[in-house]
Design a protein around this ligand. Structure first.
Ligand code: NAD
Ligand code: UGA
Length: 474
């Protein structure tokens, strides 16, 4: 049998990428056994839970796919050694967060999980193994992985025929639409030097992706394209957020501006929605990683250019918390504020780097009493994100300052203001006339996601601020 024939796949990392991606592979490659492994036992238990609603991540359509494939050709396990041993192809889908200490702290990606995985592969793999970078990695990481793998080859005793091909196959899915993005990708990118290995991977995708959407590049272009794509997407959000502030002082409306510029086919209409700033686990870390790489290669002007995208994102969050305080007569101390939405975007339970965290922390620091409702984020997650337990009760009352609300109504009851931070569908259907009656006066709505009809809610008696539309000075 050819050493490039794929019968067994292993995916290291059962997270937001590993789980959904392998579910889609399993659906389309029924004759391949796919094993997703992770060091996190709780996560694996959740993937294996008999009640499908306890999957570790929420993603539309994921539960159906898992029900169809799990324990048929898709398996979840903590047995990493065995999964690697049996695999012809291994996807690395481990986390690559920003380094917190040491060289490059605050900017460079922490590659310790990638390196640990590469060492496990070097130790446990057998025969020829195609190693695929699925995680987002700094350009030239494949070289590090190759070195770890090939050095292990050199250490083998004579006759041990362990060999490797390393490919880059970055993932472009967005949370909340992961399954759709994986089923119908704009493109699949495969970078590498070993053409037979590239074709092995391409042949898997051909089961559901049109051939003309499968791009082959050199490995460094593939790695860098992923960072560049995220940087460009985030740059558009920061750009429109700067314009939102200008709209608020000039009586222009950012939605009209977005629409007008988006109709220019050279600009395009996507990723032009002003908001509370981008969140999620990747945009910030990937741009900071790009900044770090540029600095490393002495491209300091390029580094500063991209760093500004992150700085504007921070500025947008800060200006929102400040304007809430200013609008409520300069103090929110002891005032109940209803927070609608905590996840970083709709249709996900992920709160990593959610703008809600920074904005809520700012308001808690000002003494506000937050009543937080999110349809998919649980209380423990919010508590962890806000570090509620770390507050010193003797200095402030923050422990009591966060209420987990089970419903929109409960969150809003007796509040001075409503702050909409995530664009969940159910928030579009709120009956604002009824909500107004439940609130203290003056009753404010701060709409960071442009989901309300400002004229209508003003008629009901609300004071309104909407991103890029109505200034708090109006
Ligand atoms: P995640 O934190 O949800 O999942 C990573 C998993 O890897 C964790 O469960 C962790 O326990 C596991 N892990 C770490 N080291 C391991 C090891 N040595 N052996 C076994 N398991 C190990 O992260 P994620 O959101 O799935 O992201 C993974 C990568 O994909 C990152 O590089 C990210 O930038 C990239 N990415 C993420 C998204 C997204 O939407 N989340 C999209 C595209 C790309
Ligand atoms: C993003 C990219 O879109 C994916 O292609 C990429 O694979 C992924 O990062 C990754 O590498 O992790 P994701 O972060 O899941 O996906 O979600 P997005 O839809 O990109 O939204 C990111 C943030 O930007 C959210 O907070 C969202 O609310 C915000 N956003 C998005 C806006 O404020 N305005 C927009 O017009 C679009």
């Amino acid at each position: 049998m050819s050493k490039y024939k794929i019968k067994n796949i292993c995916c290291i990392g059962a997270g937001y990428v590993g789980g959904p991606t392998m579910a889609v592979f399993a659906e389309h490659c029924k004759d391949i056994k796919i094993t997703v492994c992770d060091i996190n036992k709780n996560r694996i238990d959740a993937w294996n839970s008999t009640d499908i609603k306890f999957l570790p991540i929420y993603e539309p359509e994921l539960d159906t796919l898992i029900s169809e494939c799990r324990n048929k050709n898709l398996f979840f396990t903590t047995d990493i050694k065995n999964s690697i041993e049996n695999a012809d192809m291994i996807f690395l889908s481990v986390n690559t967060p920003t380094k917190l200490k040491g060289v490059g702290a605050g900017k460079a990606s922490d590659l310790k999980w990638v390196e640990a995985s590469a060492r496990q592969i070097a130790e446990f793999s057998t025969g020829h193994t195609i190693v695929v970078e699925k995680s987002t990695l700094p350009v030239r990481t494949a070289k590090t992985i190759e070195e770890i793998l090939f050095n292990s080859q050199l250490n083998r005793s004579f006759g041990d025929s362990k060999t490797f091909s390393v490919l880059s196959n970055p993932e472009f899915l967005s949370e909340g639409s992961a399954i759709k993005d994986l089923q119908f990708p704009d493109r699949v990118l495969i970078g590498g030097q070993d053409h037979k290995a590239i074709e092995s991977l391409a042949n898997l995708y051909i089961n559901w992706v049109p051939r003309n959407k499968i791009l082959r590049t050199n490995i460094w272009s593939s790695e860098l394209s992923k960072l560049t794509a995220n940087a460009f997407l985030a740059q558009r959000i920061s750009s429109i957020n700067t314009i939102s502030a200008l709209c608020e002082v000039t009586e222009a409306d950012v939605k009209q501006v977005s629409n007008a510029i988006g109709l220019d086919s050279r600009i395009g209409n996507k990723f032009l929605e002003a908001g509370p700033g981008f969140g999620g686990s990747c945009f910030q870390k990937d741009i900071l990683n790009l900044v770090y790489l540029c600095e490393y290669y002495n491209l300091n002007e390029v580094a500063k250019y991209w760093e500004q995208v992150v700085k504007i994102n921070e500025w947008q969050k800060n200006r929102i918390s400040k304007l809430v305080v200013n609008s409520l007569f300069g103090t929110v101390s002891g005032k109940k504020i209803a927070i609608l939405g905590f996840s970083f975007k709709a249709n996900t339970n992920d709160t990593r780097n959610s703008p809600s965290i920074k904005i809520c922390k700012d308001l808690l620091d000002e003494g506000a009493v937050l009543s937080i409702y999110d349809p998919k984020v649980d209380e423990v997650q919010i508590e962890n994100d806000l570090n509620i337990l770390n507050f010193d009760n003797s200095l402030n009352n923050s422990q009591d300052s966060f209420i987990y609300a089970d419903s929109i109504e409960q969150a809003i009851q007796d509040s001075h203001a409503i702050l909409i931070l995530t664009e969940w569908k159910e928030f579009y259907k709120i009956n604002w006339q009824i909500m107004f009656k439940k609130m203290k006066r003056p009753a404010w709505i701060f709409d960071t996601r442009s989901i309300i009809d400002t004229k209508e809610v003003e008629r009901f008696g609300f004071n309104v601020w909407q991103v890029g539309n109505k200034s708090f000075d109006n």
